[in-house]
Design a protein around this ligand. Structure first.
Ligand code: URA
Length: 216
């Protein structure tokens, strides 16, 4: 296993804990760096810590996390089998959306987490992580339902669990379908992947080489 990866993640975490690159550092209780196995085949990328995550310093420990754990369980995965991170590592005040400059300031941490863990499957929960990683302005409702080929691996976008908690039963059913794609991707059972729609206004660097650390 990857003691080296674990050690490198620890170094990155120490850096993140001291980060003051954006205004979100001013209101945080804890930096929520990430949690899970450095050997994970699956990385799950949420949006931003909420109140409970900020209190505990761990991602997805509130109601959304409970639903996430349930959906993972339904495809035979425990939380300890995956790695969970967010687009921004500090809680936006009042749980407002993260702003573009905050995402920009924070995205290097996510890039390094992805590079170090080098998962087979990346799962993006909701609009922020899906649009950032797929470099698209297309919304999650249209993006989901498909596994995309992404830097030599699979990316499965799905709704954020919070959407299922406040939305209709159909949102949860759609998430179940998408989690089935995660299982298929892990098992090598995906027939084919589509390309994401071309980005019209990239949220992140327009030059993929700038994100080249995602490549192998
Ligand atoms: N929602 C997120 O996007 N991330 C968390 O860590 C918790 C809730």
């Amino acid at each position: 296993m990857s003691e080296t990866v674990a050690a490198q993640l620890d170094v990155l975490k120490v850096e993140a804990l001291a980060c003051t690159a954006c205004r979100l550092s001013e209101g945080r209780t804890h930096v929520v760096f990430g949690d899970g196995s450095p050997d994970a085949d699956v990385i799950i990328v949420g949006e931003a810590p909420g109140r409970r995550e900020d209190e505990q310093g761990v991602p997805f420990v509130g109601p959304s996390g409970k639903l996430l754990d349930r959906l993972l369980g339904e495809i035979g995965l425990e939380r300890t089998d995956v790695y969970i991170a967010n687009v921004v590592k500090c809680r936006p005040p009042g749980n407002r959306d993260p702003r573009p400059d905050e995402i920009e300031a924070c995205k290097g941490y996510l890039r390094e987490q992805l590079r170090l863990i080098d998962p087979k499957v990346v799962v993006t929960l909701g609009n922020f992580s899906s649009k950032l990683l797929l470099k698209t302005e297309t919304g999650i409702t249209r993006l989901r339902g498909t596994a995309y080929e992404w830097w030599g691996r699979h990316l499965v976008p799905t709704f954020h669990p919070a959407a299922a908690l406040r939305g209709s039963a159909q949102v949860l059913e759609d998430m179940r379908y998408d989690f089935g794609l995660i299982r298929d991707a892990i098992d090598g059972n995906l027939a084919s992947q589509d390309d994401p729609e071309p980005a019209t206004t990239p949220v992140s660097d327009p030059d993929p080489e700038q994100l080249g650390l995602f490549g192998r």
